[in-house]
Design a protein around this ligand. Structure first.
Ligand code: ADP
Ligand code: MG
Length: 698
């Protein structure tokens, strides 16, 4: 009997290509497919007469095909299918491009639904252009004649294919046993899962859609809250090594820094150090704006752990960043005897020997010779075994998936775990994503929070502006001036389309334009996702040494890069980026005493886009920007248009869903207070364990 866990390959007749494409969207089972939600709906629910359609210009009609034929367009070599559709009131010409097979499906005399828009052309007159079609025989049309679901990024799958596949799996929802306790469902007036899953994809009407969305949002938020409760409870039962605070050494270290710690840095360090002194594992998120100085706070914790004789593992999301941390931290700890290693796919070394063999590194990590190992995902490998790992740090944690974070955390010392199955290292996670406290309590409620809400003194605010089309010359002139004064420039390009995921195309075009036409006398360089790590490093090194004036790049430079001499950033097609991303990008400049400037170039001058970007100009800090981002999305926005916001972990719920958020919290408390083992709720227990791996729950 097929069920929700049945692989799609056994469930449908979809081709291998289709299945592969689905897999790219992480869709393998019926359940995955059902939880791939639409992000909006076209309302074709009302069936118009053709006469009405002609006045309204868009909608669904029902009519009979009286003529259909293919032509070849003389110039463009395109196949054009033309048809005449009539009903009692009128008839209209329909045109489809490049779908020659249509004449096999839509034969003369058939009755069809057509949904879409009318195009009025001086030459051709009124035409129904490329409408969705559906033959009238199904009691329940899925592409026309209803609220039609539109799905997000589909990697070459058509909306039609997706709808068809999802429709096929809907009957499986009949057998779903609802995992949400009955008393919760009735208290909060929630629909069944069966209803919700069907209606979210193929809603009967707006009201039912709302109810379906409500249930699914509630589920998501409820599961997060319940998981957080479980994690907190679990952590209390785990044991980490107590790290004694080395007051004298720490004081000496801090006194020798070339700067004074900010109050916020002191406070965060203090919270962390206190946490390390207890045997309950730390599970903490350190939050602070780009450039607020999180690294040094991490280093103070590292220093204490190393002085206690234990190991630390430090994971960063990119090669460049891992390399930079290695360089900075070895410098900071140069007066200590600790051996520090770097392990990335491309680069392996220690502070004691420049080049090193992989095997030797693994060996020295497991023998405990290397005390601090800094790296990328390369750290999450079977081969990497620790002798006495007491703390793990993840930098820019939002760049890692839940599973990666869990895997990393789980690499605690197997030896210690053998002795004590409850052993767990301390865990510190860092992020520059400014998450308002209220939100952090919801989404990351399993973590304790330390916030660095103040910048080191002397930083100037980056002046940000939206560039009007006629100001381009002026900006280029300004750039020349800055370069003459010794400064450097970033130019950031967007990814143009799905097929150009690595941004090769836009970076190359921009590089060509700037280096050939505008700044032929200057030195330019570029970076994009298809370059080898070695090549990227080479370019970054040159930029770091001011051998490149202008660096054209995709967002690969987004995370953590520190080039204090760069004072200008141009963002091309700024409206294509999320606010959070722009904010991170802009953090690359303004890192020294020079007044820095960020210029946003738009491809399309939309009012909405401009308003959104203005938040970047007015917000005083990241936290404020995050709040504004939240507000602009607004509670009215049932389905956010862009997922590229600050909080990408949510699938359907929005942080602006305050009421549901509160109810879900209350419900989770209720369930948990009644039975904190969840043993009386086996279905819920099961659901939680699939919902997200969290290292501490394993
Ligand atoms: P982020 O929080 O983005 O990770 P970093 O830790 O990379 O920030 O710090 C950014 C820069 O600020 C570094 O060059 C660091 O040496 C410097 N810095 C950190 N703390 C202070 C401070 N209290 N005063 C002055 N400079 C500082
Ligand atoms: Mg950092």
């Amino acid at each position: 009997m097929p069920n929700l866990k049945t692989p799609l390959s056994e469930l449908t007749s979809a081709s291998k290509t289709t299945l592969n494409r689905l897999e790219k969207l992480k869709i393998q089972t019926a359940e995955d497919l059902l939880y791939h939600f639409p992000f909006r709906y076209d309302d074709y629910s009302k069936i118009l007469t053709i006469a009405e359609l002609k006045t309204k210009k868009s909608g669904t009609i029902k009519g009979k095909i009286s003529l259909i034929a293919n032509h070849r367009s003389p110039r463009k070599k395109m196949v054009i299918t033309e048809a005449i559709i009539s009903d009692k009131t009128d008839s209209i010409k329909v045109v489809w491009f490049n779908q020659p097979f249509l004449i096999k499906i839509l034969r003369s005399g058939l009755e069809v639904y057509l949904a879409g828009k009318i195009d009025v052309d001086d030459y051709y007159g009124m035409q129904f252009l490329n409408p969705s079609y559906e033959i009238v025989n199904s009691k329940d049309p899925i592409h026309t004649g209803r609220l039609v679901p539109i799905y997000p990024a589909t990697v070459n799958l058509s909306q039609k294919q997706l709808r068809y596949l999802i429709r096929q799996t809907i009957p499986l929802t009949q057998d779903i046993e609802d995992w949400l306790p009955r008393e919760i469902r009735s208290k909060y007036n929630l629909t069944s899962t069966t209803f919700a899953l069907e209606q979210i994809h193929f809603p009967q009407n707006r009201e039912w859609l709302e109810r379906a969305a409500h249930r699914l949002k509630f589920d998501e938020l409820f599961l997060i809250q319940t998981r957080n409760q479980l994690v907190r409870q679990k952590i209390k039962s785990l044991v980490a090594p107590k790290i004694e605070f080395k007051l004298e050494e720490t004081k000496k270290f801090v006194d020798n820094l070339p700067f004074k710690l900010t109050d916020a840095q002191r406070k965060s360090s203090w919270e962390i150090i206190n946490n390390l002194e207890t045997s309950a594992p730390m599970n903490r998120l350190l939050e602070g704006d780009v450039g607020s100085g999180k690294t040094i706070v991490g280093v103070l914790a590292i220093l204490n752990v190393l002085l206690n004789g234990y190991q630390v593992a430090y994971m960063a999301p990119t090669e460049i960043l891992a390399e930079q941390h290695f360089k900075n931290i070895t410098e900071l700890l140069k007066d200590y005897p600790f051996k520090i290693g770097l392990l990335t796919r491309e680069n392996i070394k220690t502070n004691k020997d420049e080049k090193n063999k992989k095997v030797k590194i693994y060996e020295e990590i497991s023998s405990g010779k290397i005390k601090l190992i800094i790296g990328t995902h390369s750290l999450i490998q079977e081969k990497v075994k620790f002798k006495n790992l007491a703390m793990t740090i993840i930098d820019e944690q939002h760049r890692f998936g839940v599973a990666q974070r869990a895997a990393f955390l789980n690499q605690a010392n197997p030896e210690n775990k053998k002795k004590d199955p409850n052993y767990s290292p301390h865990f510190l996670s860092m992020t520059a994503t400014p998450i308002p406290r209220s939100v952090a309590l919801t989404l990351y409620g399993d973590l304790d929070l330390s916030i660095i809400d103040e910048m080191p003194p002397g930083r100037k605010k980056v002046l940000t502006s939206i560039v009007k089309p006629d100001e381009t010359e002026k900006i280029y002139k300004f750039i020349r001036e800055e370069i003459k004064n010794g400064r450097q420039i970033f130019v950031i390009c967007p990814l143009i389309d799905q097929s150009d995921q690595l941004g090769v195309k836009s970076v190359k075009e921009e590089y060509k334009k700037l280096s050939e036409k505008i700044f032929p006398d200057l030195t330019l360089g570029f970076l994009h996702g298809r370059m080898k790590a070695k090549e990227k490093e080479e370019i970054m090194k040159k930029f770091d040494q001011n051998k490149i004036n202008i660096l054209i790049s995709t967002t690969v430079i987004e995370v953590g890069i520190d080039i204090p001499n760069a004072s200008v950033m141009i963002v091309e097609g700024a409206e294509r980026f999320g606010l959070a991303q722009l904010y991170q990008l802009r953090g690359r400049i303004g890192r020294a005493e020079h007044q820095s400037h960020c210029f946003l170039f738009l491809e399309n001058e939309g009012e909405k886009a401009k308003q959104r970007l203005k938040a970047l100009i007015t917000a005083q800090n990241g936290f404020e920007l995050a709040e504004m981002d939240l507000e602009m999305r607004g509670p009215g926005e049932v389905f956010g248009t862009s997922q590229a916001g600050f909080f990408t972990d949510l699938k359907i719920a929005r942080l602006s869903d305050v009421v549901i958020l509160k109810e879900a919290q209350e419900a989770a408390d209720k369930v948990f207070n009644k039975d904190n083992s969840l043993k009386t709720y086996p279905l819920l227990q099961d659901k939680i364990s699939q919902f997200a791996q969290t290292a501490h729950l394993e």
